[in-house]
Design a protein around this ligand. Structure first.
Ligand code: NI
Length: 185
């Protein structure tokens, strides 16, 4: 089922999401709905708060970016309770966007490489080193679980310049191909 994507300005995007209990009912259904929603909206990552569920759960599929970023090939993950254990000091600045901030694309500095620990969809504990654009996706999605959106990480001058667009999104004045929900409506 395709779910509405909660837009910037909705308070759930600013909450600290809760740990997922391992016996959480309908977790499988949420994961499958999140993938359906993400593919429909043509995103490469989606965090549960973006579909109105304040839990530490993200889905990722970087495959559509494989041509530009080979490290994204086959990078399909369900991350339950992900924790970034360490981040490289080396940073890369690249443009990114977010399904909750339609129409906004800004350059964001991110660690080039991270190590992340999480539980996968089979209940298996995982730990892996992720690099380059794949690492960017993981960092972006994990931030959603802490109430952070990517425009929080851009230089103040750029943030000032996107303020009008962000306000419009919050007011429900943005146009989207996919189903959305915003605070105002
Ligand atoms: Ni996002």
């Amino acid at each position: 089922m395709i779910l509405p994507v909660y837009l910037y300005g909705h308070p759930i995007l600013r909450e600290e999401a809760q740990e997922v209990p391992l016996d959480y009912p309908s977790l499988t259904e949420w994961v499958s709905n999140m993938f359906a929603t993400m593919y429909h909206a043509e995103g490469v990552g989606l965090a549960a708060p973006q579909v109105g569920l304040s839990l530490r759960l993200v889905v990722i599929d970087g495959d559509p970016l494989a041509e530009t970023y080979p490290e994204c090939k086959g990078f399909r993950r369900v991350m339950i309770n992900p924790v970034i254990l360490r981040s490289s000091r080396e940073e890369v600045v690249l443009e990114e966007g977010c399904l909750s901030l339609p129409g906004i694309h800004e350059k964001v500095p991110r660690a080039r490489q991270i190590e992340v620990e999480y539980t996968d969809e089979h209940g298996q504990g995982c730990r892996e080193v992720v690099s380059d654009f794949a690492a960017r996706i993981v960092q972006h999605e994990c931030e959603h679980l802490n109430g952070i959106v990517f425009t929080d990480n851009i230089p103040a001058i750029r943030r000032q310049l996107t303020k009008g667009k962000l306000n419009n999104i919050a007011k429900g004045n943005s146009r989207c191909r996919y189903k959305t929900r915003c605070a105002g409506r």
